[in-house]
Design a protein around this ligand. Structure first.
Ligand code: T3D
Length: 259
């Protein structure tokens, strides 16, 4: 059997591929654990790319592992979230380096919301984002009910969640749910270009940006200004800041070293 998660180290970044294409990369326990381990072990990588093998990105929980006609029913879904999905979302959020997601095909249920947890989301124009939960009697999870209203406003968030309608990659970009969408054939080269740029970028500034953007949702404006001052103070002491200013003054591209 092939590995459910493929990890490839490329220069200063890591590519993580969800690899159960025959199930549209739906997550079973083995795959959950392998995905978690991949995220926990990005080490000194300066950027991460997550994508899916085959025609799908991820179809969420493997429903083949749920059987209502057994004595084990009902499963404790609170525990499933706490033990499997939430750790993945928290790990993606907690990585200090940029996490790029290339949504190469259908992203359904928690598969969609794991993609949306990433820092910069690219998708094929014909990718499908589906909040499939209502179709099986569940609520959006893996952070979906938090992120959708913030990115889209209540009208679109509610519409997507309650109807389970398909949102194309191109429409997701138009709505501001994701960063950009591309023709299918161009998606991976665009993703490689972006992650390569991040891996050669000012790593400490990216970490600070991520931290501040995440804190913004829970901060009052005034305290957020204080937070910006603290993070910027640290950036001001980095080698990359000095290099960025030198490069600007010398009219040459900056060579960031990530510290
Ligand atoms: O349970 C908990 O732990 C709680 C947490 C839940 C988090 C969640 O993610 S809940 C949501 C779970 N996911 C879904 O409800 C999506 C189910 N899948 C679909 O609705 C459709 O498959 C898609 C819209 C994603 C894609 O449709 P389509 O027509 O492009 O492909 P398909 O033919 O339906 O799927 C291809 C194969 O993948 C098919 O297998 P087969 O017939 O070729 O042997 C299908 O059964 C399989 N597949 C797709 N999604 C899942 C799956 N197998 C298991 N689990 C899946 N989620």
């Amino acid at each position: 059997m092939s590995d459910p998660i493929i990890v490839e180290k490329v220069d200063h970044w890591v590519k993580i591929t969800l690899n159960r294409p025959e199930r549209l990369n739906a997550l079973n326990i083995e795959m959950h654990l392998a995905f978690r381990s991949a995220l926990e072990n990005v080490g000194t990588a300066r950027a991460v790319l997550i994508t899916g093998a085959g025609r799908g990105f991820c179809a969420g929980q493997d429903l083949g592992d749920r059987n209502p006609d057994t004595g084990d029913w009902p499963p404790d879904l609170g525990q499933t979230l706490n033990d499997y999905f939430n750790p993945l979302v928290r790990l993606i959020n907690g990585l200090s380096v940029p996490v790029v997601c290339a949504v190469n095909g259908v992203a359904a249920g928690a598969g969609a919301n794991l993609a949306l947890a990433c820092d910069v989301v690219l998708a094929a124009n014909n990718a499908r984002f589906i909040q499939a939960f209502s179709k099986i009697g569940l609520v959006p999870d893996a952070g979906g009910s938090w992120i959708l209203p913030r990115r889209l406003g209540m009208a679109r968030a509610m519409g997507l969640a309650l109807t389970g309608e398909v949102l194309s990659g191109s429409q997701a970009a138009e709505w501001g749910l994701i960063w950009k969408s591309y023709d299918e054939a161009e998606l991976m080269s665009a993703a490689y270009e972006l992650v390569t740029k991040f891996a050669a970028g000012p790593t400490a500034a990216y970490a600070g940006t991520k931290k501040l953007m995440q804190a913004a949702a829970g901060n009052l404006f005034d305290e957020h200004l204080d937070d910006e001052a603290i993070v910027q103070q640290a950036c001001g002491r980095s080698d990359d800041y000095a290099e960025g200013v030198r490069a600007f003054l010398a009219k040459r591209p900056a060579k960031f070293i990530g510290s």
